[in-house]
Ligand binder design. Structure first.
Ligand SMILES: [Zn+2]
Length: 397
């Protein structure tokens, strides 16, 4: 299993010694090989830089790292995916020339079966770790929430988060799945649409304006899952002013009434202002508040069992720094201020990896513009959710 304490180059001021690791971070260098091609917008490069920055900034001993992750075995993949589809990917995986695995966004590559299955194993390790230890786990390379049981979708070959959720459910656990990626987490939501064991809360850009075109308030689940699927679509240009009041009103009461045994947070960063594929305008403060809130709630309602995965994100400077700070929150470490400089070694790695100048500080002022979000939009959405879910939400704190 090879759990190796991370002992990075950790000299620096303000580093506080932490007695025991506070978070398990799943990072195998081979995750970088999930690569859909040089021209493709999705790659693990930004997430790798997030892991590198977290490693450089975390206090000594705060992180325990799982560094060797084999591809998931077939029986684990079968918890969510169908054999016919697995066989198709395995076949495509043998060839250098890409074969499209869906309607057009997700090409195969040589070795794609193994690398997609490795990301699944990473999510499952993270889940089992948090269940066993009651402390958070972080799988920054994961969060491929679009893949369906029988097909690839939206850059996602296998759905690592759905497999981890399915594993927890098969073990009899109640799971709360939160998704803050700009895109609706359709693979997970519809994968557990009938399940009374999975509460799914998904904030995303309105499906009428963004892939995959799903995730509307009337979609609240079916059968045992009725009332447990919660969709909060936001219009283009919405930012913190829309996300945070809704999050504060809706998420804590839903988690407190559902009382999950484990929480999974899909932490896509493509809702960040300036993202190349989506049109929301969240800033780093919003992610920080959500990270802290979800960590606190996991301790309050789920015994500290929290798996955080990565997700989408198409602006490397945002993805890397936001994910690194998410890891620091989970590690209980001090959070660098916005104007604090990032480590020089990381800046070099960023330049070499992305081919652009690295940001110098943890944040820079972001220009946001022209939100159309108004308090009446919040009131209307919350009223609709209350009516459809049969639950009252408190006024914004
Ligand atoms: Zn996304």
């Amino acid at each position: 299993m090879g759990f190796i304490r991370l002992l990075g180059p950790l000299a620096g001021e303000g580093r506080r010694h932490v007695a025991a690791p506070a978070v398990t971070v799943v990072w195998d260098e081979r995750f970088r090989s999930y690569d859909l091609g040089a021209e493709h917008p999705f790659s693990e490069r930004s997430r790798a830089l997030g892991f590198e920055l977290l490693s450089a900034a975390a206090p000594e001993g705060a992180i325990e790292r799982v560094r060797t992750v084999p591809p998931a075995e077939r029986d684990l993949l079968h918890r969510f995916h169908l054999e016919e589809y697995l066989a198709f990917v395995e076949h495509a995986s043998q060839f250098e020339n890409p074969i499209l695995l869906d309607a057009g966004d997700t090409p195969s590559f040589a070795g794609c079966y193994e690398e997609a299955a490795r990301l699944v194993e990473g999510a499952d390790r993270g889940l089992l770790e948090t269940v066993a230890t009651g402390r958070p786990s972080f799988h920054p390379a994961g969060g491929l929430h679009h893949a369906r049981p029988d097909r690839a979708s939206g850059f996602c070959i296998f759905n690592d988060v759905a497999v981890a959720v399915a594993h927890a459910v098969a073990d009899g656990r109640r799971v709360a799945y939160l998704d803050i990626d700009a895109h609706h987490g359709d693979g997970v939501m519809y994968g557990f649409y009938d399940s009374g064991k999975v509460l799914d809360i998904d904030f995303h850009q309105d499906g009428r304006t963004l892939f995959p075109g799903t995730g509307f308030p009337p979609e609240t689940g079916r059968g045992d899952g009725a009332g447990l699927k919660v969709n909060l679509p936001l219009p283009p240009l919405a930012g913190n002013e829309a996300l945070l009041p809704l999050f504060r009103r809706v998420v804590p009461p839903l988690l407190r009434s559902f009382r999950p045994e484990v929480i999974v947070l899909q932490h896509g960063v493509d809702g960040h202002v300036g993202d190349a594929l989506a049109h929301l305008q969240y800033t780093p403060e919003a992610y920080l508040e959500i990270d802290r809130t979800v960590l606190d709630l996991s301790r309050e309602v789920a015994g500290g069992r929290l798996l955080v995965t990565g997700g989408g994100g198409y602006r490397a400077s945002a993805v890397s720094r936001v994910l690194a700070r998410a890891g620091l929150v989970l590690a209980g470490a001090p959070i660098p201020g916005p104007r604090e400089e990032v480590p020089e070694t990381w800046r070099t790695s960023y330049r070499e990896t992305i081919g652009e100048l690295s940001p110098r500080t943890w944040e820079e002022p972001e220009e946001t513009s022209g939100t159309r979000w108004r308090p009446e939009h919040e009131a209307k959405l919350v009223e609709e959710l209350e009516r459809r879910l049969g639950q009252q939400f408190p006024a914004a704190p």
